[in-house]
Write a protein that binds this ligand. Sequence first.
Ligand code: AMP
Length: 183
Amino acid sequence: MYQLIIFGPPGAGKGTQAQLISEKLNLFHLSTGEVLRKAVSEKTELGLKAKEIIKKGKLVPDDIMNEIVKDALINNRFENGFILDGFPRTVEQAKALSDIFEELGFKDIKVLHLNTDEDELVKRLLLRGRHDDTEQTIRHRFKVYTDSTEPVLEYYKNNDDDILSIKGVGEIEEINEIVLSML
Ligand code: AMP
């Protein structure tokens, strides 16, 4: 059973690759960004809380995110496994996830680390044109990535988990083939 986490800076193509991988390997794709955007558009309690945070490129509090992921992993059936996209984004979230994995008996996790240089990332984000892709928000999301999210990689290194590093430059399908060949 695949137990995957896709990790990387804003604009590295996490969502696109996670989608392709989940289709090809028949995995449960959990994008925390998508969960939040859906909540915002449906104006649920979560959505109302998350709306301004997303708009500013800040992080939704860890306890809220941990609960969302825990519920999703407990309540969904996935025979072939899952891919987490956009979570964990802080070391606190990574620790909470380790506890959830232990509780559920998931031991063979693999972290797919997608990376690209920053100029390319900014260019892609500006082209994407999502609501939270204004220049100011993008800049803030990079700062959040460097300050809060990059340390998550150290956490997994220290944990001795498998980290597969992939340069996210080039054609989407080509990158996808490289990723799949590494799994
Ligand atoms: P994404 O679609 O992964 O780029 O996420 C879009 C936005 O949702 C982020 O900029 C955050 O504001 C919020 N978000 C998504 N995942 C998380 C998470 N794991 N922790 C905190 N905030 C998150």
